[in-house]
Design a protein around this ligand. Structure first.
Ligand SMILES: *Cc1c(COP(=O)(O)O)cnc(C)c1O
Ligand SMILES: [Zn+2]
Length: 373
């Protein structure tokens, strides 16, 4: 069942639909819960949690073997951490978790043509999975998108549409195109969010069903943050784990609407002015699901914080020295550890999971520009 986040209208999930008739985004409800006892016979992909993902028929699964990424014991800024290594997903970012479920649902619905907009990683992911499912996709990207990311999208087979102007201009252009196609959006789709619940399931399984104290996540559109929150909430409700971990929402200080809203105690994001920076993957000034993100922070007794570009670059270098190569956006969560531990919010006794999201090779142009070669 798909339920409107605003007016509560309910829709059967057997017809293609990406938003409510009132214009608001939808929640997916009434999915089942996987059984722990079944897991030992299941494949090492996120489809091991099939019952929780909202797909009716296994024949519709469109997969590249995503999920089941390592949980690496490490240390950053003298704080022991567990890195969830989602930069190792098939197209180089965690977006594949959401995309595999969203595109499987598109196949189940018989959708033949979609549009999507992206600053890079979601575009690559949707292009890869739609090609595999033989669904046509027009991928709208801002004109400034780096050459490497644009080429990856095009090579998978998606039809690139470059939009001049800002990321927000691209979002407006695709909304117009969505009038005559289906909007397969990582920022709108409730199935995309369902796929991201698997980050929580995996971490729980990898920790032998013990909850971490803290989970540190980047927030752009918030699908990852909301997905991880919902996943842990389901685990708690099923009695599979004891407690809800506290969630940290990390943004870059040059685009920090969620941090501003959290600090001011608001339910929705205020208008902010945004500057371009290192963390392009989380530079979203008006996240569609702002209410859900802020509620997830509150419900988990979490916090929001920001990092500077300087801290991001410094942390990217430190991670690389430990053999972990991520793109700048993905270094933001590790960068936040410095402040969180200096402020005494997290301590060395805490079990802290730090989410990594995108492979360093994704952003070669930008990294070369910063460090030289
Ligand atoms: C998309 C993306 C994010 C932000 O994820 P949201 O679900 O939009 O909050 C963070 N890091 C990377 C590398 C991304 O591609
Ligand atoms: Zn509605």
């Amino acid at each position: 069942m798909l339920i409107c986040s605003k007016c509560d209208t309910r829709y059967q999930a057997d017809q293609p639909r990406w938003r409510c008739d009132c214009g608001s985004y939808l929640h997916l409800s009434g999915t089942g819960m996987f059984a722990k006892a079944d897991l030992h016979t299941r494949p090492q992909t996120l489809w091991r949690y099939f019952e929780s993902l909202g797909i009716s028929n296994r024949d519709n699964i469109v997969s590249l073997g995503e999920g089941c990424t390592p949980l690496l014991e490490d240390e950053i800024y003298n704080q022991p951490v567990l890195f969830k290594m989602d930069q190792l997903c098939p197209t180089g970012s965690f977006k594949d978790r959401g995309t595999t479920v969203m595109v499987s649902k598109l196949k189940e619905w018989g959708v033949r043509h979609v549009v999507e907009d992206s600053s890079g990683n979601a575009g690559a992911s949707v292009s890869a999975y739609t090609s595999r499912a033989k669904i046509q996709a027009d991928i709208y990207i801002p004109g400034y998108t780096s050459g490497g990311k644009a080429t990856q999208i095009a090579l998978y087979g998606g039809n690139l549409v470059k939009v001049p102007g800002t990321r927000e201009d691209t979002a407006r252009a695709v909304l117009e195109a969505a009038e005559s196609s289906f909007y397969a959006s990582h920022n709108w789709s409730p199935y995309f969010v369902a796929g991201l619940k698997t980050v929580a399931y995996e971490v729980a399984e990898q920790l032998d069903w013990r909850s971490p104290d803290w989970i540190v996540l980047p927030v752009g559109g918030g699908s990852l943050f909301i997905g991880v929150y919902l996943g842990w909430r389901e685990l708690v409700e099923a009695g599979y784990v004891e407690k809800m971990p506290r969630l940290v929402a990390v943004q870059a200080d040059n685009c920090d609407p969620i941090y501003q809203a959290w600090k001011q105690g608001l339910d929705t994001v205020p208008e902010i002015s945004k500057r371009e920076g290192a963390a392009e993957g989380i530079a979203i000034s008006q996240p569609v699901k702002d209410k859900d993100i802020l509620q997830a922070i509150r419900d988990s007794d979490g916090i929001a914080c920001t990092v500077t570009d300087e801290e991001i670059w410094e942390t990217l270098r430190l991670l690389a020295r430990r053999g972990v190569y991520v793109e700048p956006t993905s270094a933001a969560t590790s960068a936040a550890i410095k402040q969180l531990s200096a402020d005494g919010i997290i301590s060395p006794q805490d079990r802290v999971v730090v989410q990594l999201t995108g492979m360093g090779l994704k952003a070669t142009d930008k990294i070369v520009e910063h460090f030289g070669n």
